[in-house]
Write a protein that binds this ligand. Structure first.
Ligand code: CO
Length: 188
């Protein structure tokens, strides 16, 4: 592990943070910009990573653990123990590119529900990393999708808000014990 925030990619019996689930108002509140990237933030990052790995997730946004800050952790290489995770602080998408494409998504805040979501294929994003360094990244494929999904959380948007197949949506939510009324469809 090379970065100061990296933690073992393993499941803990008692992850440090609690994940909030669909229907919880906490998930609908917008996140605030982080003014200073300090050791306190880096402690939160480590705890978010431990919580994400414990839940077998590839991404987690701070509002999902009740922290209303613009902070995201992503790791699409769970099988590569030495590959550091991606940390995005105050992320901003500066460009959408490619085609739009549909692919299945899931969310640690809506366990068991997997549905197709349509999103732009490519993005360019600016952010600060875990050291507070301004950074820029071009992403496509799963990484692009993960970043867009997590950034939605910072605006109080859940992936189910973007699902177009209402029939499948209601069926899946019901099956997993979530109320369809918790969905707030995104206006197009
Ligand atoms: Co999510």
């Amino acid at each position: 592990m090379t970065t100061v925030v990296a933690v073992e990619k393993q499941k803990l019996e008692q992850p440090p943070l609690d994940i909030h689930y669909l229907g919880d108002r906490v998930l609908r509140q917008p996140a605030k910009r982080i003014a200073k990237v300090d050791d306190k933030i880096r402690k939160t990052i480590r705890e978010m990573l431990q919580t994400m790995y414990s839940a077998d997730g590839i991404g987690l946004a701070a509002p999902q653990v009740g922290i209303h800050k613009q902070l995201i952790v992503i790791d699409i290489a769970l099988d590569q123990p030495d590959k550091p995770p991606l940390v995005l602080i105050n992320p901003k998408i500066t460009k959408f590119g490619g085609n739009v494409c549909a692919a299945e998504e899931g969310c640690l805040s809506i366990p068991g529900v997997y549905l197709d979501v349509t999103r732009p294929e490519e993005i360019e994003v600016t952010y600060k990393n875990e050291h507070g360094k301004p950074s820029k990244l071009k992403a496509t494929g799963l990484l692009s999708r993960a970043i867009q999904h997590e950034m939605d959380h910072l605006n109080g948007v859940m992936f189910v808000d973007r699902v177009e197949n209402n029939l499948a949506l209601n069926e899946e939510l019901k099956k997993r014990g979530f109320a369809a009324s918790a969905v707030k469809p995104v206006k197009k």
